[in-house]
Design a protein around this ligand. Structure first.
Ligand SMILES: [Zn+2]
Length: 351
């Protein structure tokens, strides 16, 4: 069993390389072991390209070893024709006799079918090694498909006395993130499909919301502009990256900007999240301001929150959002800064 954990841990590690590009597919990793040696490894690199199992099998130098190998994979091999042929068929074709699976596919229409196919072909199949960790790995995917909304991460920086980032002292914003922690912020950006700010933040901070201090593509930008009050000269409307605008009023068309009407007589956040779901945006980073963040918290509409505390006293300004004191969090020290990391219990456990 020790062995099984070791290789499944490696699968999870590999899978995480797909964090920025696998979506909307789940992150998956696979390892092939023969005579207690890893002879192949792979992960799902990019949506539309080869699955983890295919990459692992391709990486094996001597394919004759496959006939007496075990393949470890963090998620049940697929059994249906999607953009690529089913992995369960490939494993059967390559005559791999033993398959160890982290967790079954969470969707009822496919759950267990890959496993059944492998068993029907006479293969030994073991399911549930590091199951919880493997499910955690794909929590964005599970949340998106079961709750029909993106996986929501809240992020802000606050002063030691609880005021929010980007306060204006004498008209100039005070930046609470340090140059090092803003790298982390940009890393978070590229790990999400979309990024959202409220009207006030868009108007006063004029953020570009692109990824500059890290590698990777910029997320789709999302802003609320109920009464068409935002200036078209803002960076959000520069056309360099797609921007979605939630609004009640008609706007003039602009390059790379989509206006999405919202019914303000109803709850607005669920409508907005549904619109992102329809556009297949699997994860959302909410960067502010305080009112928008607090409305997500009050609606219980969030999955993770990262709060950076700067060793600075501001004494006044917009109060930082507040998450209930009962909510447990982990503290980490990154580049000398305190980060609180909250994570909601996984409410989207399907099956
Ligand atoms: Zn597959």
């Amino acid at each position: 069993m020790e062995e099984e954990y070791k290789y499944m841990r490696r699968c999870i590690q590999l899978a995480q390389n797909g964090r920025c590009n696998a979506a909307p597919n789940p992150m998956v990793g696979a390892v092939i072991v023969c005579d207690r040696q890893i002879i192949g490894e792979g992960y799902h690199i990019r949506c539309g390209e080869a699955h983890a199992e295919v990459n692992a099998i391709r990486s094996v130098k001597d394919p004759s070893l496959l006939k007496r190998s075990t393949i470890y994979v963090s998620l049940e091999p697929c059994s249906h024709y999607g953009k690529t042929p089913p992995c369960a068929d490939l494993i059967i074709e390559k005559q791999i006799p033993r398959i160890v699976i982290g967790c079954i596919d969470p969707f009822s229409e496919v759950a267990g079918r890959g496993i059944r196919k492998l068993k029907d072909a006479g293969r030994e199949v073991i399911v549930g090694v590091m199951e919880e960790e493997c499910r955690q790995l794909i929590r964005r995917f599970i949340t998106f498909h079961t709750l029909h909304r993106p996986y929501i991460t809240l992020k802000w920086a606050e002063s030691a006395d609880g005021y929010l980032d980007m306060q204006r002292k004498d008209g100039c914003p005070v930046m609470l993130s340090s140059p090092l922690t803003s790298m982390l912020v940009h890393k978070k950006r590229t790990e999400h499909s979309a990024i959202m700010v409220g009207t006030r933040t868009a108007r006063l901070d004029n953020p570009g919301l692109t990824v500059r201090h890290w590698y990777g593509r910029s997320p789709v930008r999302v802003v609320i502009d109920r009464s068409a009050a935002l200036s078209p000269a803002l960076q959000l409307f520069d056309g360099n990256t797609p921007t979605l605008v939630f609004t009640e009023k008609p706007h003039e068309a602009a390059l790379n900007v989509e206006y999405i009407p919202i019914d303000y007589s109803q709850d607005t956040l669920p409508q907005m999240m549904h619109a992102l779901y329809e556009r297949r945006l699997q994860s959302l980073l909410v960067e502010g301001g305080s009112m928008l963040l607090q409305s997500f918290i009050d609606a219980g509409l969030w999955d993770e929150a990262f709060v950076e505390t700067a060793p600075v006293l501001l004494h006044s300004g917009a109060k930082a959002p507040k998450i209930s004191d009962d909510m447990p969090f982990e503290v980490s020290l990154v580049f000398g800064r305190n980060f609180r990391h909250y994570r909601q219990a996984n409410r989207a456990n399907a099956g």
